[in-house]
Design a protein around this ligand. Structure first.
Ligand SMILES: [Zn+2]
Ligand SMILES: [Zn+2]
Length: 179
């Protein structure tokens, strides 16, 4: 076992979930798109007038980051999250080209994924409360992040809104909810 590999818990390091660049941001006040330098760093979005200007026009700190709409044809996407006043808001972005759109889309989908239940602290299955052991291993639901046993995570589905295009493991609670 390589050093540190046992520590790796999430499927990726959330610190890598960042992107920045010029994006057209819709303003409902002026009813038009305006070009802004947008920095997205995990769940924090800042907007500024120009590159390198780190005075944010809006700071949006989210505990509820969601990519609610995306359209590759119009190159538009809508992100839902809390703004710096604690209000749930939608941000509509428009991109210059498909390549940029796809880069941002991939990062946004990954940010939308739930954080996994802590591996060490989660000692029992969320569904049946059986204790995890060497023989009853802990797994994680890709839809809600819950730690569950293999018997309560038998369903596999794709979750394209979270960037899972192949089938992935979900828990029994999420499977029941979808049905
Ligand atoms: Zn279980
Ligand atoms: Zn779940």
């Amino acid at each position: 076992m390589g050093s540190g590999s046992w520590r790796r818990h999430e499927e990726f390091d959330r610190k890598t979930l960042k992107i920045e660049g010029f994006v057209y941001v819709w303003s409902s006040k002026s009813n038009e798109f305006s070009r802004k330098w947008v920095n997205l760093n995990d769940e924090i979005i800042t907007f500024s007038k120009e590159k390198g200007s780190y005075v944010p026009l809006y700071g949006s700190i989210s505990k509820h980051f969601k990519l609610v709409f995306e359209d590759l044809l119009t190159l538009e996407m809508i992100i839902e999250c809390f703004n710096n006043k604690g209000k749930l808001k939608n941000w509509k972005f428009k991109f210059n080209n498909q390549a940029e759109f796809l880069q941002w889309s991939e990062i946004c989908q990954k940010i939308t994924r739930p954080k996994w239940d802590d591996r060490i602290l989660s000692k029992t299955c969320k569904c049946c409360e059986k204790k995890f052991t060497t023989f009853l291993r802990q797994h994680h639901c890709r839809k809600c992040g819950a730690a569950v046993c293999k018997w309560h995570s038998t369903t596999r589905i794709s979750l394209p809104e979270l960037g899972y295009f192949k089938k992935v493991r979900i828990c029994q609670n999420c499977a029941d909810f979808i049905k």
